[in-house]
Design a protein around this ligand. Structure first.
Ligand code: ATP
Length: 237
């Protein structure tokens, strides 16, 4: 069953078409990778889904709720969580306080927010950083911290923007393990990623954008053998 439905979404900025007539779905409890060369329109699609930049045309649905046109807060209430390409951690606050920022939106009570934030830190394997300033953590740890903060709002769909970029193979594996745990919790993940060796082995489906258009969709194997995808990645113009 589909949780998220993106229906014929186009997004234009003046004369630039960042997304053109893009449709795809994310099933409940599935991991979907959104890939494509630089400038293909992946982050713009995230911004459309999460309410940061409404589609110019087309519609986006979470189950029976039309989220296109809603504010980021309303999208969050509809179950859409997200991380950003540049992890927006509060560097002078502790890891626990960073996650509590998200938890406060759900738990009004400080003790409950603290407890739920502590559980989430352990969930992303950062329990040992509870009382450390976020600024003292590695980029990889800060990305997982941002994931914990997004999870604190209890999304049904988590949008992750390049959480594996620039990480070493051990860090990619740690991140992949967390993504798999998120799916085990029944939360769907839509992941923008350039690190194909991270996303391909775990994705239930891959959607490929190029110049704003969807050029392929299917299993990781189907997509990686698709001549259009190979041409897009090799810069065959
Ligand atoms: P990358 O992999 O490099 O992060 P991307 O696939 O996420 O790229 P987008 O950032 O969505 O691509 O950009 C798609 C196109 O839309 C680009 O040509 C970009 O310059 C343009 N674009 C994105 N946001 C804006 C904006 N706010 N105003 C004008 N143009 C924009």
């Amino acid at each position: 069953m589909s949780l998220l439905r993106v229906e014929s979404v186009s997004k234009r900025f003046g004369g630039i078409t960042a997304n053109q007539d893009v449709s795809f779905e994310v099933g409940a409890g599935k991991i979907v990778g959104l890939i494509g060369p630089n400038g293909a329109g992946k982050t713009t699609m995230f911004n459309c889904i999460a309410g940061y930049a409404p589609p110019t045309t087309g519609e986006i649905w979470m189950n029976d709720i039309k989220v296109s046109g809603m504010s980021p807060e309303q999208c969050a209430r509809a179950g859409i969580g997200r991380t950003f390409q540049v992890a927006r951690t509060f560097t002078s606050m502790t890891a626990l306080e960073n996650v509590m920022v998200g938890a406060f939106l759900i738990n009004k009570n400080v003790a409950d927010a603290r407890q739920s934030a502590a559980k989430l830190l352990s969930f992303v394997n950062l329990g040992q950083f509870k009382d450390k300033p976020a600024g003292s953590m590695t980029i990889s740890e800060q990305r997982r911290l941002a994931v914990a903060r997004a999870l604190a709002v209890r999304p049904r769909l988590l949008l992750m923007d390049e959480v594996m970029a620039g990480l070493n193979p051990t860090e990619v594996k740690e991140t992949v393990d967390v993504v798999l745990k998120i799916r085990e919790e029944g939360i769907s993940c839509l992941i923008v990623e350039h690190v194909l060796e991270g996303i391909m082995p775990i994705a239930d489906a891959i959607v490929v954008l190029d110049y704003g258009k969807k050029i392929a969709e299917g299993s990781p194997e189907q997509v990686s053998n698709d001549p259009k995808v190979i041409a897009a990645y090799l810069g065959d113009e």
